[in-house]
Design a protein around this ligand. Structure first.
Ligand code: FES
Length: 553
């Protein structure tokens, strides 16, 4: 063999001598070290090749594997690599290769180099995209650590998941977007490589949920915007005109609409209805918070794919179980209440009527008491404080045995929405003029605080569980729960996503209230037995349905 037979010949003088051809038989491998780096040297009938000794899967040595022609198989988990170029033909990730030179006298040299991180980044991003597409958590995880070491901004890494997941979300962005946003906010709690944990959890959720789904094409942006784009968007969403609503929104984005201008468009539509147990308001909050971090220029990917959630979400307020609440709502003058709250009574404090109504079983009184608070000038935040306290109480009172009452489609996840919905309503109301729409949105949160007690009404259980607060340092307590939410104590993504969402919302709310109770309630939720798969419950309810039994309201 001469140097000319080798495919990758290093320039003169750049290689490190690693041995002699006579010491490496054809169809043999051996480990050598170059600059302290372990290299797997392989000789086949086609030449001599150098690969990283560490298998890209878990780092075991490739020389302990088997060589068959130009294919090396890692002994540990059977990944297979082509030695000529390092391509992984079975497994998830290619192995790096290095040029080898064979001098006329048979001396072998390897041109080992540590790639410049900035040069490496495009390759790593390509590899990360492949990992996301295939839902290869190992590959995603390794690439995230490498990319963080190459100084990649965490927001850019989350963007990869957004770019993959948002267009594939079949019914619009859902729990994955909420998780991406909350996990990205958690990155600030970690240093160096440890930042990978929240990032990989967020990306793994997207990969798991959106894998193999077809891309949902967006309609083209409208060319000429109507004078009242905001009102038109609201009308289109209400009329379930998905494509025109997306097209209008894209038109606004393409003509330079800002976050501040578009935020009210979304608050309008999530205040029109109690959408899917509060999910509409929560996802809008998360989408805008995400764009704050990854850049508004990405709004055209994030927001139009959120619209199906708002158009097709369940309008809970149209369902019979809200009739009694509407009886109270009809007696309220939302315009008058908005006017009263516009000149707020900062000294307002609940005299007990509102909290009793939220924690009682009377849905009409829940609406009337919330209206009375606003009529007395209660600031929106103060009313939401009472709502959050009530929902916290619900979570502390919940009997987890109800979780396994398969005949009743109501449980832990439903109850958690009371808190995350109120938290989202707070975001929608922040720095905004008080309008009848905002008053209505808060009324919906009050309804949910009341409604999440339905288990207590049915079962008669209503005792607060004994909980021990873990810490009086609310920020540290909240962050410990957020970390715990990332540790895979749950199996189903949807349950994991609720733990993430709750721990973030509860931290903010606990600090605002100066009380550990929202965190205590979240800790209880996270530690309690929960349904994870929902298969047995679905079977039970299918039998109920086909036997003519109806869900209780
Ligand atoms: S370490 Fe090589 S396949 Fe797992």
């Amino acid at each position: 063999m001469s140097a000319t037979t080798q495919q990758n010949v290093p320039p003169d003088g750049t290689g490190t001598v690693v041995g002699h051809l006579d010491d490496l038989a054809v169809a043999a491998m051996k480990m050598v070290k170059v600059d302290g780096h372990r290299i797997c040297l392989v000789r086949t009938s086609e030449g001599v090749f150098a690969l990283d000794q560490a298998c890209p899967h878990e780092g075991y040595g490739l020389t302990t594997g088997e060589l068959d022609g130009n294919l090396v198989t890692c002994a540990w988990h059977n990944w297979k690599f082509r030695v000529t170029d390092g391509v992984c033909v079975l497994g998830e990730e290619n192995v790096r290769t290095y040029p080898v030179a064979v001098d006329g006298d048979g001396t072998l040299s390897v041109a080992f180099s540590q790639p410049d991180p900035s040069e490496l980044r495009p390759q790593l991003l390509t590899s990360l995209r492949h990992g996301i597409e295939k839902d290869y958590v190992g590959q995603v995880s390794r690439d995230i650590v490498r990319l963080l070491r190459a100084d990649t901004n965490p927001g850019e890494l989350i963007w990869e998941a957004v770019a993959y997941g948002a267009p594939r979300a079949e019914f619009g962005w859902g729990h994955a977007i909420a998780s991406l946003t909350d996990c990205l906010s958690m990155v600030d709690h970690y240093d160096n490589d440890d930042r990978a944990l929240p990032i990989v959890q967020a990306i793994a959720g997207v990969a798991e949920v959106e894998r193999d789904r077809p891309v949902q094409a967006l309609p083209t942006p409208v060319v000429s915007m109507p004078p009242d784009g905001r009102g038109e968007f609201r009308r289109l969403v209400e009329a379930e005109q998905l494509a025109p609503a997306q097209s209008l929104l894209r038109g606004a984005l393409h003509t330079g609409a800002t976050a501040e201008q578009l935020r009210p468009w979304f608050t309008d539509v999530v205040s029109d209805h109690l959408l899917s147990y509060g999910h509409g308001a929560i996802y809008v909050q998360k989408a805008f918070e995400l764009l704050d971090r990854i850049g508004w220029e990405r709004a055209d990917t994030v927001l139009p794919h959120l619209v199906p959630r708002l158009v097709y979400g369940t309008r809970e307020d149209k369902l019979p179980y809200m009739t009694l609440f509407h009886r109270g709502l009809r007696q309220l003058d939302l315009n008058g209440l908005a006017e009263a709250v516009s000149d707020p009574n900062e000294g307002w404090a609940d005299d007990g009527r509102l909290s009793s109504a939220l924690l009682g079983g009377d849905r009409t009184e829940a609406a009337l008491a919330t209206g009375a608070a606003f009529a007395g000038g209660a600031p929106i935040d103060s009313v939401l404080d009472v709502v959050v306290s009530a929902v916290t109480e619900r979570m502390l009172r919940y009997d987890p045995a109800g979780e396994f009452d398969f005949h009743d489609d109501f449980g832990w996840l439903d109850i958690t929405h009371g808190l995350t919905y109120a938290h989202a309503a707070r975001w929608h109301a922040t720095d905004r003029p008080v309008t009848p729409d905002l008053i209505r949105l808060v009324l919906w949160t009050a309804f949910l605080a009341n409604w999440t007690g339905r288990h207590e009404w049915h079962s008669g259980v209503g005792q607060r569980a004994e909980v021990e607060s873990r810490s009086s340092d609310l920020l540290a307590y909240g962050r410990s729960l957020q970390h715990e939410a990332l540790l895979d104590g749950t199996t189903a993504f949807i349950v994991h996503a609720h733990a993430v969402k709750m721990s973030v919302a509860a931290t903010d709310e606990a600090i605002r209230l100066g009380s550990s109770l929202p965190l205590d309630a979240t800790a209880r939720f996270m530690a309690a037995p929960k349904l994870e798969r929902f298969v047995a419950a679905t079977v039970t309810r299918s039998i109920d349905f086909l036997s003519g039994r109806v869900q209780r309201d």
